[in-house]
Design a protein around this ligand. Structure first.
Ligand code: SF4
Length: 207
């Protein structure tokens, strides 16, 4: 997993505050005013903390890259076109979003939906790490390369790691396409088929 650089005081402060949160609600309350990434904090509307099933440990966690425009506006993860496609493919695969935690590696929208910078990923990692500790999902689905790299290392190549579970910190981590790639390549593109195949394999592993 991504660890904060030792010299980054902001990343260390996020990690310290996150580690002290005793539960999901306390962590969300601590994250919402976070200004560790000055550019993102100045341009976002919401810190998109994520969704978690009420009162329990989710069967799996879906972890994307960062909020988009709709997520930034509403404060909820995966509610735009990518979220709609994700919901559709989860249902086709036999998975119930209500039983899943839905998270992002970076909690604030990067301007123009640019890829989050390494420093932003490192600073936000404390929140995600603590979310995983608190929720303790046995299975994680990393959606897209940024998320796959967070769990499997910075040299991860998606094509090399798809299609099977990787054990990371005692969890089964599956890496697959981000729904936005499935939208970009169209309904007959390889990412949509690959995402559905991977979600179906995840469902099979949970059966
Ligand atoms: S991206 Fe994460 S670390 Fe950066 S300001 Fe937002 S919540 Fe804080």
């Amino acid at each position: 997993m991504t660890r904060p650089p030792r010299f980054d005081a902001a990343a260390e402060e996020v990690a310290r505050v996150a580690a002290a949160a005793p539960d999901w609600e306390a962590l969300a309350a601590a994250a919402r005013p976070c200004v560790a990434c000055p550019e993102l904090a100045a341009t976002r509307q919401h810190v998109v903390v994520g969704d978690a099933p009420a009162g329990g440990h989710p069967r799996l966690a879906l972890v994307g890259e960062a909020p988009g425009a709709n997520e930034d506006e509403t404060g909820r993860p995966f509610v735009g076109k990518s979220g709609q496609l994700l919901d559709q493919l989860l249902a086709e695969a036999g998975l119930d979003r209500a039983e899943a935690a839905v998270l992002n590696v970076v909690k604030c929208r990067p301007p123009g939906n640019r890829t989050p910078r390494a420093s932003e990923v490192a600073r936000c990692s404390g929140w995600l790490r603590r979310q995983l500790e608190l929720l303790d999902p046995p299975v994680v689905v990393a959606l897209g390369l940024s998320s796959a790299k967070w769990f499997l290392g910075p040299r991860t190549v998606l094509a090399d790691v798809r299609g099977r579970a990787h054990v990371v910190d005692g969890r089964s981590v599956w890496a697959t396409y981000h729904p936005s790639a499935a939208i970009r390549f169209g309904p007959n593109g390889a990412p949509r088929a690959g995402l559905l195949a991977d979600l179906t394999a995840v469902a099979g592993s949970l059966a």
